[in-house]
Write a protein that binds this ligand. Structure first.
Ligand code: AGP
Length: 612
């Protein structure tokens, strides 16, 4: 899941390409490169490392030209070295391209091309495309690119250019996101909108099979059948501030601190107080269809899968519909029995995660209605779903997902409310109103929890040297334990596991000793007494306990049992995960900072996983 950028216009391309690339660096950051048409041919600079380092190289050895392409990489094929960095060229150096995706038949194509005399200089799958373009029939670049792509299996979002055709870029998409930024007398190509927002709010999303030709005169888009397509020009809703740090040390901290606002934004215009229900205008599931829903299948990866696990409790309790939660990567390869009564819901912050997208497509092939709960407007999952719920949480730049998780839970609660109130024998008016008021009160409660950040920072100092951490929770808070562990793993590189608290006795309790910090997610709900017994089991083996609990009758009853206690306000039991997760996000953040980790660019990760 790399980031690609292209520019053609009247300005020097390099500074525009580099600023766009810097905005996309959360997509992959192990190597970077740039190429421009300088009137005599193509000039390329690339290195293993970050966009900032590439900026220094272009300052030391400047490139000039008003048409260029650039790339920031998350390595899939070939180590993250300068040689394997993009752009890649053919034998003659006449064609250059940048690519996001995986060429699945690259090995076969490489052997055939080598037999035909092509010399390969890298280990990447992408270089194959450059040689295919070199080999392809066609007078003009777009013909060559189309002919080359006809031989390719796999996914791509790419931009190509030729030394022989100055002032032309050719972009193509299958499986990986590509959009065009439409400026005044200038055009951009990018993997997502954050790269062009500084210059324009007008974007065109390419569909699978599209091929676009960009020249100073304008752009044309042809579909897979080479028919010219007039794609919609969309206006971006975000403002630049949304993708700036805004005085915070890291995007992750900024996004954690934004959650009172983002939860409010997910709720905006969707609560019906008198009806004790929810309005979800983009869902495309009319009240009459709610009764036909026999089963719900929630699909997601990582944090979105954890939100799905919370969603199961919400949808089963509020709407009375059986819910399955599936790892999208597993679901997509399991035969799905056709069943029109199933609603499959793809949960994805980016809306571009390949496994979730393919799982959604598999669900559609099984005749299921497919909906999306997505944050990024105009993303592929959002555009392919029959309907859905946008989170409206604003751009999430930090690789570790935070505000999207709380907004996903709120969106699932709204969906439970909507379904429950539209199903025979579903949610009663009083229960519906109880949840509506609890949802309306959430932003203020989130603000109160975030105001305790200093307490969490102090606790982080206690735990920063840990080598392992166990997170335990029950019921609707078991997924929060999983999420707490994931946050710590992905940004501090401490090994951590989330477990249902009662599962401990069946094995993991063997890990407990004085060196094993254990974090309990233990709001005072119906299972709290059971969780207290689990705490006693851990304490009896010398474990060091931190409890995230709800305030109520003071701290007294856990004194002597737990070493540290963080309290969050009480709310509707089904909504407690929105609050209990906040101290865990902050804990992971502060521990990672104390360990000197690159919080926004954790090693080996990328923000949206657009490859399988
Ligand atoms: C979470 O912090 C990670 N970035 C990752 O697990 C993420 O949740 C997963 O890749 C799913 O992404 P999505 O929500 O954009 O589909």
């Amino acid at each position: 899941m790399c980031g690609i950028v292209g520019y053609i216009g009247k300005h020097e391309a390099v500074p525009l390409l580099l600023s766009g690339l810097a905005r996309l660096e959360y997509r992959g950051y192990d190597s970077a490169g740039i190429a421009v048409q300088n009137g005599c041919g193509l000039e390329i600079r690339k290195l293993a490392g970050r966009v900032d380092a590439l900026r220094l190289v272009t300052q030391a050895t400047p490139l000039h030209g008003c048409c260029g392409i650039a790339h920031t990489r998350w390595a899939t094929h070939g180590a993250p070295t300068e040689r394997n960095a993009h752009p890649h060229v053919d034998c003659t150096g006449r064609f250059a391209l940048v690519h996001n995706g995986i060429i699945e038949n690259a090995d076969v194509l490489r052997v055939a091309l080598q037999r035909a005399g092509h010399r390969f200089t890298t280990e990447t799958d992408t270089e194959t495309l450059a040689h295919l373009i070199e080999d392809a029939p066609g007078e003009v670049l777009e013909e060559r690119v189309a002919a080359a792509l006809a031989q390719v299996e796999g996914t791509y979002g790419l931009v190509a250019m030729s030394a022989a055709e100055p002032g032309k870029l050719v972009a193509a998409r299958r499986g990986s996101p590509v959009l065009l930024g439409i400026g005044d007398d200038e055009l951009f190509v990018a993997s997502d909108a954050s790269a062009v927002l500084e210059h324009t709010r007008s974007v065109v999303y390419l569909d699978d099979g599209d091929l676009a030709v960009l020249t100073p005169e304008g752009y044309t888009v042809r579909d897979a059948e080479a028919h010219v397509q007039l794609r919609t020009v969309n206006a971006l809703a975000w403002d630049l501030e949304a993708i700036e740090l805004g005085g915070h040390a890291h995007f992750m901290l900024k996004e954690i601190c934004e959650q009172a606002e983002t939860v409010k934004s997910t709720l905006r215009g969707r609560l019906l107080f008198d009806e004790g229900a929810a309005r979800l205008s983009g869902l495309n599931l009319p009240p009459s269809a709610c009764a036909e829903v026999r089963r719900i299948c929630l699909l997601g990866c990582g944090t979105s899968w954890h939100a799905g696990l919370v969603g199961r409790h919400l949808l089963e309790e509020l709407a009375g519909v059986p819910v399955h939660v599936e790892y999208a990567s597993e679901y997509r390869y399991r035969p799905q029995p056709p069943d029109p009564g199933v609603v499959a819901i793809a949960i994805s912050q980016s809306g571009e995660t390949a496994d979730t997208l393919e799982a959604m497509r598999a669900a559609r092939r099984a005749g299921h209605r497919v909906l999306g709960i997505v944050n990024v407007v105009g993303s592929t999952i959002a555009r392919e779903a029959d309907g859905g719920v946008y989170l409206h949480a604003g751009p999430e730049i930090g690789v570790a997902s935070t505000k999207a998780f709380t907004s996903q839970i709120v969106a699932l609660a709204l969906l439970g409310l909507y379904l429950g109130r539209h199903r025979e024998g579903g949610l009663s008016l009083p229960r519906g109103q109880e949840l509506v008021w609890a949802l309306a009160g959430l932003p203020e409660l989130v603000r109160r929890v975030l105001a305790q950040a200093a307490q969490v920072e102090a606790l982080a100092r206690e735990l920063a040297a840990a080598r392992n951490v166990l997170y335990l929770g029950r019921g609707v808070n078991f997924p929060v334990a999983l999420e707490g562990a994931l946050k710590l793993k992905e940004i501090s590189y401490i090994h951590a596991e989330g477990y249902p608290a009662a599962e401990m006795k069946h094995g993991p309790i063997a890990l407990i000793d004085a060196d094993m910090p254990v974090v309990f997610v233990a709001p005072r709900d119906a299972v709290f007494p059971k969780v207290v017994s689990n705490m006693q089991e851990v304490k009896a083996r010398g474990g060091r306990i931190t409890a995230i609990t709800t305030d109520g009758n003071g701290r007294s009853d856990l004194t002597g049992l737990v070493d540290h206690q963080l309290q969050v306000p009480a709310t509707h039991p089904l909504l407690s995960p929105v609050l209990t997760v906040l101290p865990l996000q902050l804990l992971a953040y502060h521990i990672a900072v104390l360990r000197g980790c690159d919080v926004d660019r954790p090693r080996n990760l990328a923000k949206s996983v657009t490859v399988e």
